[in-house]
Design a protein around this ligand. Structure first.
Ligand SMILES: [Zn+2]
Length: 239
């Protein structure tokens, strides 16, 4: 193994430690609690927004129906005066269908307005409950966030130490080795990415998954010192 590879392996060890810290953070009960509180908060907020938008639509509809109500009422009043002034029953009878139709239109306006007011009342009652829930969730969120920040602060020195060491090592490692590592890592190859070859020269195998290397990989390993395992895609190096 080259000195370069040794440094690369040290780098890999630190990277794995850092990754472990990330996993620990993501699996932290407070992190899960925080995520849950955040999505609950968003859900309650979305309900509030939807209720508010619906109320606005209903209010606009009430305004429109009320205007129609007023116009209809005016027409009805005029017609009733004409009806009262009619000279005989025959004349009066002519007014009846229109009077009936105007009255039923007024009823329909009243019903429309009443049903919209009912709906607004129900939305308001729901909103009062939602605001209460939002407050509780917000408090839970803030409290959990604070606890999580404390945890972060607690592991920060260790994290920074590892990051500093990685940076220093990264400057020493051959660029090609480091790039292959970064590429494999970004492609989702499982750690450890660099693994020592297993077996002897006649039956070289991947040091982690144990699969025997192909002829092509074997010759690459011999000529370049590194090859990629065709099964698990890890980078296999000569011991
Ligand atoms: Zn493998």
């Amino acid at each position: 193994m080259t000195e370069n590879m040794q440094t690369m392996l040290e780098y890999q060890k630190l990277d794995i430690a850092l990754r472990k810290m990330n996993v620990e953070y993501n699996n932290h009960p407070d992190k899960k609690r925080l995520d849950a509180a955040r999505s609950k908060f968003n859900e309650v907020q979305a309900n509030l927004n939807a209720g508010s938008a619906e109320s606005e639509t209903l209010a606009a509809e009430i305004e429109r129906v009320y205007a129609e109500f007023k116009t209809t009422l005016k027409t009805l009043e005029t017609l009733e005066k004409e009806f009262a002034a009619a000279e005989n029953d025959e004349e009066k009878a002519k007014f009846l269908p229109r009077l009936e139709s105007l009255k039923s239109r007024l009823d329909s306006c009243r019903n429309k307005i009443a049903s919209r007011i009912d709906r607004i009342k129900r939305i308001s009652a729901e909103a009062v409950k939602s605001l209460d829930t939002r407050k509780t969730v917000r408090e839970e969120f803030d409290k959990t966030k604070k606890k999580l920040e404390e945890y972060k602060d607690q592991v920060k020195p260790e994290r920074e130490k590892i990051e500093g060491q990685m940076k220093a090592l990264g400057e020493k490692i051959d660029k090609d080795l480091l790039e292959r590592y970064a590429k494999a890592r970004s492609e989702g190859v499982a750690v450890p990415i660099y693994v020592a070859v297993a077996g002897d020269e006649n039956s070289y195998a991947c040091g982690v998954c144990g699969m025997v290397l192909s002829q092509t990989s074997k010759s690459e390993l011999k000529s370049k010192g590194i090859c990629q395992c065709e099964t698990c895609r890890r980078l296999v190096y000569l011991r």
